[in-house]
Write a protein that binds this ligand. Structure first.
Ligand code: NAD
Length: 320
């Protein structure tokens, strides 16, 4: 059966990279999103590439609309990314629960009705507790969960939803937990400021990153490729895997920015206060599943690619 990918939240950062990868490999794609803002797609795709995408505008909280969209799309694969990020869930917890929790239930329900046997969905590092709650620096996927935000609690609920759809209905799933994603298109959310600093550097401007400490950094294109690879990997069960990427201090991100944009040397600064999360995540179970050659761009290369991308987009008017 020819592949057809159904991407929820496809107008977002990871979604745009997923769509770009699929379209550039001539794979049919349906995007389901409440937003029709195409700025992220336009940042990374040509108008001819965007014209190949089937857009469905709808609300993930609407059970019938999601079921209808999946059924009509003829999807063979589902990547579920639609969600409200930490600040939006904090500002409006009931809406966050509707989008992140009910929305995820709706996607599983739609898959079940359409006979789609496997889903890949985004969980998050936010399901874990604070770094001082753990004895190890890099957390394995089975480290105890103890979220400290509504967003993290909602993501934990998604992981439970996935488990029950496997148990009760045989819908298999792979949940992936990214940490701090960076790259073109990463323009909102609590951990988007390293990417904002890369954009500022491309403009030759100063920037102050809003946090410090050591984190896991993942290049957005790598994350997209891993989601696609997971969706294509036949799977039985409902497992959740961590993404590792580069475990680095924010000062290393600043150094990579300065190396790629020497003109802003000394002008990219950061808060000292670290994020509450652990230093990094362990991804050996994911590598055991997908192979050791999963997309894993080194930090300095990913930062340089991002700044180059922004420079090009600024030069040809794709970024205001
Ligand atoms: N960006 C990160 O660093 C990061 C880290 C961990 C987990 N994640 C998770 O990965 C996924 C994708 O992240 P992203 O950075 O691309 O997020 P994003 O905020 O850029 O995109 C989310 C998309 O969901 C859509 N959406 C929101 N409400 C909707 C609704 N009611 N109906 C339909 N669509 C709706 C938005 O319009 C947006 O296009 C999310 O589930 C996020 O929680 C992201």
């Amino acid at each position: 059966m020819p592949e057809h990918f159904f991407i929820t939240g496809g107008m977002g950062c990871i979604g745009a990279w997923v769509i770009r990868n699929l379209v550039q490999n001539s794979v049919p794609v349906t995007v389901f999103d409440l937003s029709n803002g195409r700025h992220r797609l336009e940042l990374m795709m040509t108008p001819a590439e965007i014209a190949q995408v089937n857009f469905v505008y709808g609300d993930i909280t609407d059970t019938a609309v999601v079921a209808q969209a999946v059924a009509h799309s003829g999807a063979t694969h589902i990547i579920h990314l639609a969600a409200l990020q930490v600040p939006f869930c904090r500002a409006n917890p009931p809406l966050g629960a509707a989008v992140n929790v009910v929305g995820t239930v709706n996607v599983f329900e739609a898959a079940k009705a359409a006979g789609i046997r496997q889903i890949v969905y985004a969980s998050s590092v936010a399901v874990y507790g604070r770094k001082e709650e753990y004895a190890t620096r890099l957390l394995p996927p089975d480290a105890p969960l103890h979220p400290h935000t509504h967003y993290g609690v909602f993501k934990q609920a998604n992981e439970g939803t996935a488990r029950i759809y496997w148990q009760d209905d045989g819908v298999a799933s792979i949940g992936l937990r990214p940490y701090t994603i960076y790259g073109p298109g990463r323009d909102q959310g609590m951990t988007s400021t390293p990417t904002q600093a890369m954009l500022a550097a491309a403009r030759g401007e100063s920037y102050h990153i809003s946090f410090g400490g050591t984190n896991g950094f993942q290049y957005a294109d790598d994350v997209a490729k891993i989601f696609i690879q997971a969706a294509r990997t036949p799977f039985q069960g409902a497992e959740v895997f961590n993404l590792k990427g580069a475990v680095a201090h924010i000062s290393e991100v600043v150094a990579a920015i300065e190396a790629a944009a020497p003109g802003v040397r000394g002008q990219i600064t950061h808060e000292e206060q670290p994020l509450v999360f652990p230093d990094g995540l362990e991804d050996s179970p994911l590598r055991a599943l997908l192979g050791n050659d999963i997309a894993d761009t080194p930090l300095a290369a990913g930062v340089a690619l991002t700044i180059d991308h922004f420079r090009q987009a600024l030069a040809d008017g794709r970024l205001a």
